[in-house]
Design a protein around this ligand. Structure first.
Ligand code: GLC
Length: 499
């Protein structure tokens, strides 16, 4: 058995020469976000969330989702859920059971080929429909299925006039497929299903954050916000219709709840308040959608490794310090070659001499940093990871402040939340600083606003939202459902009836 790793390292800058120390100090100035700044960001954030709900709108889309209820735990039926995430495509079949809050799930994962993200719309929809077909053939060979309701988790900003339709505003998270932006994504998707004669009816188009909120609320009634800290970052919460000026023309009962997909990755696209570094500016310029997702580009998993790479490359080229002097930096020059997992691994190195970090850098970049350079590398990873966690807390705090919620549970999911070391505790500490909690709070467990690992939002959450849609259609509450008649005539309507 390998020897147990020491739990943490103290680290020391004692042997770091002056030129490198100067650089470390400069990086600290750039990346550390003090409490006062977090508060300023949060206050501006609250105003922007409000602006997004108005008719004029702002840069945060605050998309109305037509998910208009929390589950009560007694939803039933069998649903398909499709999750088109960044890396994988997942198909699930979820049976919501009679027992409160219980469900069965079977699922298959398919790799999302990298080429698909920059390919054509046809290739995308054909691939997605092929995966669904494979799933049905594998699990239901020869069965007569009737029609199965589908919750489709499509985790990109979409304006929804109806729960079962959505116009993609713009791609995020590095996707760049022509001919989809500005259009309804449902018809081409349904056409691909029809071509294959699949017995599936898209019942709800769901954002991963809304799914996360609903899935988490299925088992925890204190849950009020669903968040993703992953490849992208975003949150959803339940608003009341009366506080959504851009819905006023619909004359909905002002007390009805409406889930809002904030799409707050777009916060501060106008660059008013976020402390952007020169590296953040490069990330934006070189991305497929410059000027978009300003907040997301500073904190989401897709960008953390790239920020780190850009800083190291800059320090190599900087005549004042020249790290990796005389070495071949060709691998370091490759954009997006380092991911958030790489940064996590550096932050997880428990050894005083940073031997694991040395291995990682040697392996991945064919570079041999000196001991002081390793100290700088580690500090840089901490700075980038800490900034991400602290800025992330601003979004959650802003929703709580906007809604005057002093306490609540927040369901969170995503690779950064689940895997990045210290992310949770750094986020909790930042919430404490922003929301002025007393000493002893800010540790996560038992905090007034507690960010907890979520239930499976894009699987169970999407199924629940499909269930809730059928349930309210049957109850005659048909706002935001494109063709309620058809839904009520379909065999799926039985899932909306309480027995
Ligand atoms: C991006 C998407 C958003 C999604 C988030 C997390 O911000 O635009 O829809 O919720 O990533 O996956």
């Amino acid at each position: 058995m390998a020897p147990r790793k020491p739990p943490s390292r103290k680290g020391s800058m004692a042997d770091v020469p002056k030129d490198l120390l100067d650089q470390i100090n400069r990086l600290e100035d750039l990346f550390i976000v003090p409490a006062e700044k977090l508060k300023e960001i949060t206050n501006h954030f609250v105003k922007e969330l409000e602006k997004g709900l108005t008719v004029e709108g702002g840069s945060i889309p605050m998309n109305v989702t037509w998910c208009m209820a929390f589950p009560d735990g007694y939803e039933t039926g069998t649903y398909l859920a499709l999750d088109m995430g960044g890396t994988n495509l997942r198909v699930c079949e979820i049976t919501l059971l009679e027992e409160k809050g219980e469900f069965d799930i079977i699922q298959s994962k398919y790799r999302m080929p990298e080429e698909l993200k920059t390919g054509t719309a046809d290739e995308l929809w054909n691939y997605v429909a092929d995966c669904l077909q494979q799933f049905i053939e594998y699990h239901h060979e020869g069965e007569e299925l009737g029609q199965m309701p589908l919750g489709f988790t499509f985790s990109y900003p979409a304006t929804q006039e109806y729960i079962d339709h959505g116009i993609l505003q713009r791609w995020t998270k590095g996707f760049d497929i022509d001919g989809v932006e500005g259009k309804d994504v449902v018809p081409p998707f349904e056409a691909a299903l029809a071509e294959r004669k699949l017995p599936i009816k898209l019942t709800a188009l769901v954002n991963d954050t809304t799914g996360t909120m609903i899935a988490s609320a299925y088992t925890d009634t204190e849950m009020k916000i669903g968040c993703i800290f992953g490849t992208g970052c975003n949150a959803a919460y339940m608003e009341d219709c009366g506080s959504i000026p851009k819905l006023a023309h619909m004359n909905l009962d002002p007390s009805l709840p409406m889930a809002i997909n904030c799409e707050y990755g777009a916060f501060d696209n106008e660059h008013v308040v976020l402390p952007r570094t020169p590296y953040d500016i490069i990330i934006d310029k070189e991305s497929p959608r410059p000027g978009q997702q300003a907040f997301e580009k500073m904190i989401a998993g897709l960008y953390l490794g790239e920020i780190f790479r850009l800083v190291l490359l800059d320090l190599h080229q900087n005549p004042d310090c020249k790290i990796f002097e005389g070495q071949d930096v060709s691998k370091l020059k490759k954009a997006y070659s380092l991911d958030a997992g790489f940064l996590s691994a550096i932050e997880e190195d428990p050894f005083e001499n940073l031997s694991e970090t040395l291995d990682l850098i040697t392996h991945k970049l064919s570079l041999t940093p000196s001991k002081p350079e390793l100290e700088l590398i580690r500090r840089l990873a901490e700075l980038i990871g800490t900034r991400a966690a602290r800025l992330s807390a601003c979004g959650v705090a802003a929703i709580c402040k906007k809604k005057n919620w002093a306490t609540c549970h927040v369901g969170a999911d995503g690779s950064v939340f689940n895997k990045y070391p210290h992310f949770k505790i750094r986020g909790a500490q930042a919430l404490k600083e922003i929301l002025d909690w007393p000493a002893g709070k800010g540790k996560g467990r038992g905090d007034p606003v507690e960010i907890l690992p979520a239930e499976d939002g894009s699987g169970v959450g999407a199924a629940l939202i499909a269930a809730l849609t059928l349930k309210r259609a049957v109850a005659g509450q048909t706002a935001g459902i494109k063709d309620p008649e058809a839904l009520l005539k379909s065999p799926m309507a039985k899932f909306g009836v309480k027995e």
